[in-house]
Design a protein around this ligand. Structure first.
Ligand code: SAM
Length: 291
């Protein structure tokens, strides 16, 4: 008996999904006080110009996914996500309210079927995406991830110039970077004329963190594209669009797409004319912000 070729089960996870459909991006309006301290009006206005609600855009695709998983910690937004079922009756939609990290870490190990492939879009507005969540997705060897990594305005601002970081922020950063290594990358000791040593934040902290993060993504998933920068109206980087995944073809496509955005550096050409993957060569001015 000839075996029938099984179709692929294509999974879409949008883990920091927001409200689903919005003409402009308004998700910041519900951010908690701590998150809002990190933002400014310019940033919010700039954000609003950039993105329509990611769940709606994924559902509206001509070639849809087989399953959609939308997660948001905010019950009001999750309720609006539920409304998408009425709008897209033909789509298989699962909505959960809760912490995206716990939800993905629970779901990912179950999505390892032979004919399963998936995309996870991860769009947190702070250091809320735990490294363990990426490990759970990378461990399936089935998922590619697209991450809006809010290094510019949110994460880098938690890393104070003095090194005096509230415990809660430090714990969040440790979770996001998967350990405490980030701290040794961004601070250096300086000794003054009197022999007193003080800690200070290095000028290229954001560049170092991005290199570190993308390098780790590459190790975890196999391939990672050169990030694309999204800036506010003053030209300051607010987040980086990152891609990582298990397949070289996916890498090639993602790298091509991200190339259309504001890139950090063009990929290095090999002698044979093909692009090599980034080794963390980032233009200094693209990263350095005040803080
Ligand atoms: C930047 S917004 C997402 C915007 C959305 N991707 C879009 O395109 O409209 C971030 C969302 O993450 C949610 N959020 C924050 N922390 C979360 C967590 N730990 N787990 C799940 N959702 C979270 C917020 O409620 C907010 O809706």
């Amino acid at each position: 008996m000839a075996l029938k070729k099984q179709p692929f089960e294509l999974i879409y996870i949008d883990a920091f999904a927001g409200a689903g459909r919005s003409k402009v991006r308004t998700a910041w309006e519900g951010a908690d006080e701590e998150d809002l301290q990190l933002l400014d009006d310019e940033f919010v206005k700039a954000e609003q110009q950039f993105i329509e609600g990611s769940p709606h855009r994924a559902l509206a695709l001509e070639n849809p996914f087989s399953q959609y998983h939308f997660f948001d910690a905010d019950a009001g937004r999750a309720a609006l996500l539920e409304d998408l079922r009425t709008e897209y009756p033909g789509r298989k939609i699962n909505v959960n309210v809760g912490d995206a990290n716990a939800l993905i870490q629970e779901l990912a190990p179950r999505l390892n079927g032979r004919n399963t492939k998936g995309v996870a879009f991860l769009d947190p507005y702070g250091p809320h995406l735990d490294w363990k969540t990426l490990e759970a997705l990378g461990g399936t060897k089935k998922f590619e991830v697209i991450i809006n990594f809010p290094l510019g305005m949110a994460i880098n601002r938690l890393i104070t110039r003095s090194g005096d970081i509230p415990d809660k922020w430090r714990a969040g950063l440790n979770g996001c970077f998967g350990g405490a290594t980030w701290e040794s990358l961004v601070y250096a000791d300086r000794t003054d004329l009197f022999g007193d040593t003080t800690r200070h934040k290095v000028d290229d902290a954001a560049k170092r963190l991005l290199d570190f993060y993308v390098g780790r993504l590459k190790t975890l998933f196999g391939h990672a594209a050169t990030p694309s920068i999204v800036r506010n109206t003053r030209g300051v980087p607010i987040y980086y669009m990152l891609w990582a995944g298990p397949h070289p073809l996916g890498y090639k496509i993602a790298d091509h797409i991200l190339l259309k955005g504001d890139r950090i550096t063009p990929p290095k050409k090999r002698a044979n004319g093909k692009s090599s993957e980034p080794e963390g060569r980032f233009r200094k001015d693209a990263h350095d912000e005040t803080n």
